[in-house]
Design a protein around this ligand. Structure first.
Ligand code: CTP
Ligand code: CA
Ligand code: CA
Length: 614
């Protein structure tokens, strides 16, 4: 059920109008009715929405501290000559990211300096070295990626199932706690779950006043009136139901952050607020090891003094244009500009600026397909490659990284299969400076450096003219079209499994023709073609591709999947997006005053696009 957008809900906004009037912070204390509490899908317009952003403290540095078992020592992570992470003990010496390493050591002689792991030629795994050689080594961030994956899993496990978790960057994630918070709220205050018999407006009757929240132990409150000393305001100002919701969200976050600390050793900081933009913004209010809570009532004074060009995507051209147009610098300065004026000057889309300045953000927390469609290992070469043979060392290094990345990803999604391997090289002198070659990637379960390097070397030979003079300064090797093939695999299995197999399929002995006879009549006996059961089309393998049973299997499976993709794409192009009407209904559910023009379609997928990552 979606929100009922009608006159009954006028009371959703406007309580603070008297105090905030033209600045437009007019949705800070919405009236909550029984209808809100009984609705299952108010989505991004839920007046009791609770979003958190959790970010790991000095992440790369923390990974190294934990790996080395030295929790309290000042430590920095180095990548060649640059500091890329500085732990909090080191920060107390005044060391900052991007500082020169010699300067850092001067400030703190006992500083632990860890150079990120590197791949060297011919090694399958990256290793830690004190003085890696830029000329022959390649940086590896794999350990941080792995820790990041584990942490994300712990967030999901540590929160109730109906919370939504979205990875936002290598060390942070957004969490939509609205649903679990609602459930806990109704458990704790069961009288809210039922409309009283004497409720004058039935479901649309406002719920009774909330209890006063005790914020002790729940985190740091962003003050409502920063000018006043201390957080006295938290006791004086009556809590709202949204405050109650935030406090429950803070309990959940406290618990999950403690679990991360206990199970993995990492300390994190969180921001908790009514949307993604504000959660991200306030997550760094108290760092490290803190969680900051931004109540709706604290939004105006938190936003107003902020330099608007510090807001992501207001830093660039648009920010400059706004600053120049109005000759101002803070969010507060821009609040007197009406939406109409802004849209006249900067276009219809600038509604997102108007909204974000008021701490409004309707972007969803949505678990992205954690599957990266592609993986790339690239290297800027310290010395240009000038002939074919000089490329092999780099190709092996890149192959090692790519194999490791795929195997890491397969730990969480075992049936990952890249469809294509792509090699590309950039030659400084050529007109068309980047050239690439690609080849279908066979369905091989065991991917190691040798397998990838062998395929990549073939591509390298195809790409490079042995007689041409070269000056290649960058080589990259990547897998593309990566898919989790749960369904695909099933179909491969059913196609290829012999009725009573004598050997498992993985044992792809080349001359054993009993192991893998197709059981499906769709597949030709010689494994050279298949007939699609949906369209009846027969697709055949080119003769050259057919060498061994294993090769036939993978080539056919690839062809079959591409064919299925084709059907899928066709199906999708016919079926309208089922979520769409709902989303659009959601968007008009709470209307602003009619004179404000709202976007017809979802905006540049709102602020998500602008504030998603750090
Ligand atoms: N990082 C990087 N280069 C950057 C920014 C970040 O390599 N320009 C890496 C850092 O090494 C860092 C990780 O990405 O450890 C996460 O970045 P961020 O959260 O911005 O900083 P932290 O080091 O985690 O520090 P903080 O406690 O302030 O979040
Ligand atoms: Ca961080
Ligand atoms: Ca971060």
């Amino acid at each position: 059920m979606s929100a009922k957008p009608n006159s009954k809900f006028k009371s959703w906004k406007g309580k603070d109008k008297a105090t905030e009037d033209s600045s437009g912070f007019d949705d800070l204390n919405p009236t909550i009715t029984y209808r809100h509490l009984s609705a299952h899908n108010l989505g991004v317009r839920d007046p009791l929405r609770v979003i958190a952003l959790c970010d790991s403290d000095a992440f790369y540095a923390a990974c190294e501290m934990i790996r080395l078992g030295i929790p309290d020592k000042p430590l920095v992570v180095l990548q060649w000559q640059s500091l890329i992470a500085v732990n909090y003990p080191a920060r107390t010496f005044g060391i900052t990211r991007m500082m020169n390493i010699d300067k850092a050591k001067e400030l703190c002689p006992e500083l632990v300096v860890v150079h990120v792991a590197t791949y060297a030629d011919g090694e399958q795994e990256p290793a830690y070295r004190d003085n890696p050689d830029t000329r022959t080594h390649k940086i590896s961030l794999d350990i941080y990626r792995r820790e990041s994956v584990k942490m994300l899993q712990l967030y999901k496990q540590g929160l109730p199932e109906n919370a939504e978790v979205e990875k936002a960057s290598i060390d942070e994630a957004f969490m939509d706690l609205t649903r679990p918070v609602r459930q806990i709220l109704l458990d704790r205050y069961p009288h809210l779950a039922r409309v009283p018999d004497d409720a004058p407006m039935g479901l649309d009757t406002p719920i009774p006043p909330p209890p006063q929240v005790s914020w002790n132990e729940l985190g740091t409150l962003v003050p409502i009136n920063p000018a006043q000393e201390s957080d006295a305001d938290s006791d004086d100002i009556p809590s709202t139901w949204h405050d109650v919701a935030l406090s429950i969200g803070a309990e959940l976050m406290e618990k999950v952050r403690q679990e991360i600390k206990a199970k993995m050793g990492y300390t994190t900081s969180a921001g908790i607020a009514r949307n993604k933009f504000l959660a991200k913004l306030c997550a760094s209010y108290r760092k490290p090891m803190g969680q900051s809570i931004l109540r709706n009532a604290a939004i105006p004074n938190y936003m107003k003094p902020m330099a608007f060009q510090k807001i992501r995507f207001l830093g660039g051209k648009l920010g400059n244009a706004l600053a120049a147009e109005y000759d101002v610098s803070t969010v507060g300065d821009l609040l007197s500009i009406t939406l109409d004026e802004m849209q006249n000057k900067f276009g219809e889309e600038s509604i997102w600026v108007y909204e974000v300045l008021r701490g409004i953000d309707y972007s969803e927390v949505k678990e992205k397909q954690t599957l990266n469609k592609s993986m790339l290992a690239a290297k800027n070469l310290p010395e240009p490659v000038t002939k074919l043979s000089e490329g092999y060392q780099w190709i092996r290094t890149l192959a090692a990284e790519l194999a490791l990345r795929l195997n890491d990803a397969r730990e969480t999604t075992p049936n990952l299969w890249p469809k294509t391997l792509v090699l590309s090289a950039r030659d400084v002198r050529a007109h068309e400076s980047r050239r690439s070659k690609q080849a279908p990637w066979p369905f091989v379960r065991e991917v190691n450096v040798d397998v990838v390097a062998a395929a990549a070397e073939k591509l390298w030979k195809d790409l490079i003219d042995p007689h041409a003079s070269l000056k290649i300064i960058n080589i990259s090797l990547g897998f593309t079209g990566i898919e989790g093939i749960e369904s695909g695999l099933k179909s491969i299995d059913t196609f290829f499994k012999a009725p009573t197999p004598k050997r498992p399929l993985e044992d792809d002995t080349t001359n054993d023709d009993t192991a893998a006879k197709p059981s499906s009549k769709n597949i030709s006996k010689d494994l050279s073609s298949f007939v699609c059961s949906r369209c009846g089309q027969r697709s055949s393998l080119p003769q050259s591709a057919i060498q061994t049973i294993a090769e036939r299997q993978s080539a056919l499976a690839l062809m079959q999947m591409e064919h299925e993709d084709f059907h899928l794409a066709l199906d999708l192009s016919k079926v309208p997006d089922p979520a769409r009407p709902l989303r659009e209904a959601g968007r008009v559910a709470v209307t602003k005053p009619a004179k404000k023009k709202r976007r017809k379609e979802s905006p540049p997928r709102g602020i998500a696009k602008f504030f998603g990552k750090s």
